[in-house]
Ligand binder design. Structure first.
Ligand code: 5AD
Ligand code: SF4
Length: 469
């Protein structure tokens, strides 16, 4: 019998946990492996290589990895099929060897800075001792990661992520990111533009620029000059075919005048901004080492709204940080009421070993965290629904990006990232249409296409209306 294993295309299954940066990274790992014969599969049972791209941000997220590794070990033992198991992402970076010690099934552990070395790392994998690669290499991984083929980009949809900045120097006292993703680095301007052109030529209409601290972006241009995020957005907006730009996640202290001006001047930049504050209490912001006060944050929002009155905000909030009193928590509720969020992500503080918060006095009891989270969630859910209802009767520009749930329907995204359903013919996929919003559900809004002439003049949400929600 002839051995055909070498000729058979190998199948890759990546399971992605956590943030959008991991989603982007998973695609780049697939791109790195494509020239080596690996094809993505959505079916884990078909895979020759399973990669878990992990998240370390909260304890629950990290622990999921170990239960998944247990399941994979069993699948390999009992399924009668051999496959390679790799662990990537922030748990890999933070725990390295420890993962291999805790789970004997793991063949390869590799951190986010080594993704370009994946083919070589795989060739080093032999059953026995796992390969662990968590160094921060000298070379720029992005220089060595191949760009995706156009048909692969197309298969991923009309919106795409593009990482422009990695790492963080802020050292908020609850956060593992400065340790797992390292110091802040920005990709050079031309490198970002090249990747963006490739995505847009393949049909991408909306780009979301990513970074753990994306608004600290300061990439070098060809002349060696440092370029900020506002200028990067201006250069990207010049690319024909690009309809929309977004960026996430931002730190309030890095909302420079230049970037705020871009919200006024760059009409491809969507009026929707994720700007986490974490807490509304100055005492807690201080121990969190956020480097800004409640008043600083509110002033920043005023500046943004002055530049772009229809901007809507989303935020992240942590309840139960060490030392948080009832009064501090009330301050968080009050900042949420004062700002009026279109969307919000809320978390119970989770102790992360190695971060300053882990050793602080005044750890808050779990039951108190649970109760505070429920109260905060009630408020932000009401705001999210209120925001969706406030869109009814207005005309929003919607990027139609996919077929809808029913025949004759399409799905799209509003400027505020809401899922929109409407009736329209499939040839409109990839276009931006003015859509009169006629209904708001819990997870999506409904609308109908109107002509530009019919546009409701009240097409934008004014800042004072938002704050009143
Ligand atoms: N506990 C709870 N939430 C956290 N986040 C970051 N670290 C922690 C932690 N230790 C939240 C922050 C951050 C978001 C990505 O995750 O709100 O903005
Ligand atoms: Fe973590 Fe964001 Fe703070 Fe950086 S700015 S330490 S990524 S929460």
């Amino acid at each position: 019998m002839t051995d055909t294993t070498e000729l058979r295309p190998r199948k890759l299954f990546i399971k992605t946990y956590g943030c959008q940066m991991n989603v982007y990274d998973s695609d780049r790992m697939a791109d790195a492996l494509a020239p080596h014969g690996y094809e993505p599969t959505p079916v884990i049972d078909d895979a020759d290589l399973v990669v878990l791209n992990t998240c370390h941000i909260r304890e629950k997220a990290s622990e999921k990895v170990f239960s998944e590794l247990g399941r994979l070990a069993e699948l390999r033992r009992e399924g009668g099929r051999d496959f390679t198991i790799g662990v990537a992402g922030c748990v890999a970076q933070a725990e390295g060897e420890e993962i291999a010690r805790r789970s004997k099934a793991v063949d390869l552990v590799f951190g986010p800075q080594s993704y370009h070395r994946l083919p070589e790392l795989l060739s080093r994998v032999r059953r026995g001792t796992p390969v662990v690669e968590t160094e921060f290499p000298e070379e720029d991984k992005f220089e060595h990661l191949p760009l995706a083929q156009k048909q692969v980009i197309r298969s991923r949809g009309l919106t795409a992520f593009l990482t422009v900045q990695e790492g963080c120097d802020k050292f908020c006292s609850f956060c593992v990111v400065p340790y797992t993703r390292g110091a802040e680095t920005s990709r050079p301007l031309e490198q970002v533009l090249t990747e963006a052109r490739r995505l847009i030529e393949a049909g991408v209409r909306e780009l979301t620029l990513l970074g753990q601290n994306v608004n600290a972006y300061h990439g070098l241009d060809a002349a060696g000059r440092s370029v900020g995020l506002g200028e990067l957005c201006a250069r990207l907006a010049e690319i024909e075919g690009l309809a929309r730009l977004r960026y996430t996640t931002s730190h309030p202290s890095d909302m420079t005048d230049e970037l705020i001006a871009a919200h006024r001047d760059n009409d491809k930049l969507m009026p929707y901004l994720h700007l986490p504050v974490q807490s509304g209490s100055d005492a807690i912001l201080k121990v969190m080492n956020r480097r800004h006060t409640r008043a600083d944050y509110l002033r920043t929002i005023e500046r943004i709204k002055a530049a772009r009155p229809d901007v809507a905000l989303s935020g992240d909030f942590i309840v139960g940080f060490p030392g948080e009193t009832d009064a501090d928590f009330e301050q968080t509720l009050s900042i949420v009421r004062e700002v009026g969020y279109a969307s919000a992500f809320t978390f119970k503080y989770s102790i992360r070993p190695g971060t300053p918060g882990a050793d602080m006095d005044g750890q808050v009891e779990e039951a108190v965290k649970t109760e505070r989270l429920a109260r905060l969630n009630e408020l932000v859910t009401a705001q999210m629904r209120g925001f969706a209802r406030a869109c009814v009767g207005r005309t929003l520009d919607v990027l139609l990006d996919k077929p809808g749930r029913l025949p004759g329907q399409l799905g799209g995204r509003s400027p505020y990232l809401q899922a929109v359903h409407l009736e329209a013919s499939a040839d409109l996929i990839g276009t931006v249409q003015p859509v009169l919003i006629v209904g708001a559900g819990n997870n999506s809004i409904e609308g109908k296409i109107v002509t530009h002439a019919e546009r409701n003049p009240a097409s934008v949400l004014e800042s004072q209306e938002l704050a009143a929600i």
